[in-house]
Ligand binder design. Structure first.
Ligand SMILES: *Cc1c(COP(=O)(O)O)cnc(C)c1O
Length: 477
């Protein structure tokens, strides 16, 4: 068999094509030449394998390759970290970036990015300042703590505290609190990385004061309480609260650290949510150090707080590891702006997206679901059954692990139930292929979109006409 004679154009010929010129104008000469070379190599390979036959002129081939190069450049240029619609029903979804920020925080971060900032500079005296100064007073005001510093995230906060206050010595933790948060955050691993020896006390379901007391030795550096963020120990249980543990700690002169995980700054019952112990509660209970996240319930950028006794917090600030886990000016600016919103708790649900989502009335979400169900039903056609569905949202990120919030959304089910798993996977994939990917979940034979976090309804609806549900999805395989 003779291979088809494929006319392979030169790089210059491809660059001269209209799409080639557009590509140069948009992506620059160097990147375009590289993309064109790749396109030519790909074509040469196809021609060599005989897997392609062209009935085009040289110019036509050059034009097609210029288009291919343009598309490749466009794909490369698109951000890998893409915006998505979080319709999973988990408000603080760790894999989708947790909290989205308030406008005030976005503006502050924008300014910090565009201009020099007095990050470690005291404007009054003209002398060197401290990076944490901007936040210290605000955090202390909102929590009642004596002192505060911020680091990269709460995992770093815990690491820094343990390494500073318990290096080479023992840290006592209840067996009921040896958490794994997911990813690589397992309390025993963090402890060994921090260089402290984990001393487990009590049992999984019951830990008593006498367990802590009996585990204290001359090498005990810390008593650590850890919020069991993503599970509950229920039934025949006993735990020693921070307040009681502090009494023991004071008696033995051993600091008590309370790792709150999510850490809320306000009483959530004001907003109709279930009560979660606040950061101020932990400080009032006498915890010597309290650690918590910036991007969980607090609703700010990724960050970790270390607050509490001045001597202990400043020891953490002096640890060289602090330098390795410190915050940059962009997040510091966003965090300061977020924290300032807490001075006006009444308007917090309007201004802080996390709280706005958590407190959205289910009736309002239901109405939105009704509007969208009609449009989606039209778009998907007769092969799919689209309905408004009562749902239960989760807070996520280890906040109130068992609590769900009544919500509403859309359930999409294939009319033909044969191979419904495959059909649903393909449907979910079509939603993920939209310009702004839509992330839902598949549950009990339906593709579910929880609309609690859908604030950009127009943006969502406007792209529905691009929803390309493969023709085969609606039909029998
Ligand atoms: C989430 C969590 C952490 C880790 O916080 P990050 O901000 O994700 O680093 C640590 N401890 C507890 C109890 C948590 O819930």
């Amino acid at each position: 068999m003779t291979k088809p004679n494929v006319p392979i154009p030169s790089v210059d010929e491809v660059l001269r094509a209209e799409a080639g010129q557009l590509a140069v104008a948009r992506f620059g000469h160097t990147a375009t030449v590289a993309a064109v070379r790749t396109a030519i190599d790909d074509m040469r390979q196809l021609a060599r394998n005989g897997t392609t036959s062209f009935q085009h002129t040289r110019e036509e081939t050059a034009a097609r390759m210029a288009c291919a190069a343009f598309e490749a450049l466009e794909r490369q240029g698109a951000p890998r970290l893409r915006r998505v619609f979080n319709l999973t029903g988990t408000v603080l979804h760790t894999n989708l970036g947790r909290a989205i920020l308030a406008n005030e925080a976005v503006t502050a971060a924008d300014t910090a990015m565009r201009y020099p900032a007095a990050l470690e500079f005291d404007i009054e005296t003209g002398k060197r300042g401290e990076r944490d100064d901007a936040l210290r007073d605000l955090v202390c005001e909102l929590t009642g703590a004596e002192d505060a510093i911020v680091v990269n995230n709460n995992a770093a906060a815990v690491l820094l505290v343990l390494n500073t206050l318990a290096l080479g010595r023992e840290t006592i933790v209840s067996r009921g609190e040896l958490i794994e948060i997911g990813g690589a955050f397992r309390m025993p691993d963090i402890m060994s990385s921090a260089g402290t020896k984990l001393v487990e006390t009590g049992t999984t379901n019951r830990t008593h004061m006498k367990d802590y007391a009996g585990s204290i030795t001359a090498s005990t550096a810390l008593l650590l309480k850890v919020h069991t963020s993503n599970y509950l120990v229920q039934g025949f249980t006993k735990e020693v609260g921070t307040g009681a543990l502090v009494e023991l700690g004071r008696e033995k002169a051993i600091p008590v650290v309370d790792d709150l995980g999510s850490g809320t700054l306000v009483d959530l019952t004001h907003y109709g949510l279930r009560r979660e112990r606040t950061v101020r509660d932990a400080i009032n209970d006498g915890a010597d150090i309290v650690t918590f996240s910036g991007d969980k319930l607090l609703g700010g950028p990724q960050a970790g707080f270390i607050i509490g006794r001045k001597d202990l917090v400043s020891a953490c600030a002096r640890n060289p590891i602090k330098r390795a886990v410190r915050l940059d000016k962009i997040r510091l600016a966003a965090l300061e702006a977020t924290l300032k919103l807490y001075r006006d708790p009444d308007r917090l649900p309007e201004r802080l997206p996390t709280l706005r989502f958590l407190t959205r009335p289910v009736a309002e979400i239901g109405l939105q679901a009704g509007r969208i169900a009609v449009l989606l039903g039209e778009r998907l056609g007769s092969a799919w059954f689209v309905s408004v569905s009562a749902l239960a949202s989760q807070i996520g990120s280890g906040s109130l692990p068992l609590e769900t919030i009544a919500s509403a959304g859309i359930a999409v089910e294939p009319v033909d139930r044969r191979e419904s798993g495959r059909r649903l996977d393909m449907l979910a994939s079509s939603f993920r292929s939209l310009p702004v990917p839509v992330i839902g979940r598949i549950e009990r034979g339906a593709f579910i979109l929880d609309l609690r976090c859908l604030d950009d309804e127009k943006g969502f609806v406007d792209q529905l006409n691009k929803l390309a549900v493969a023709a085969s999805v609606g039909q029998a395989p």
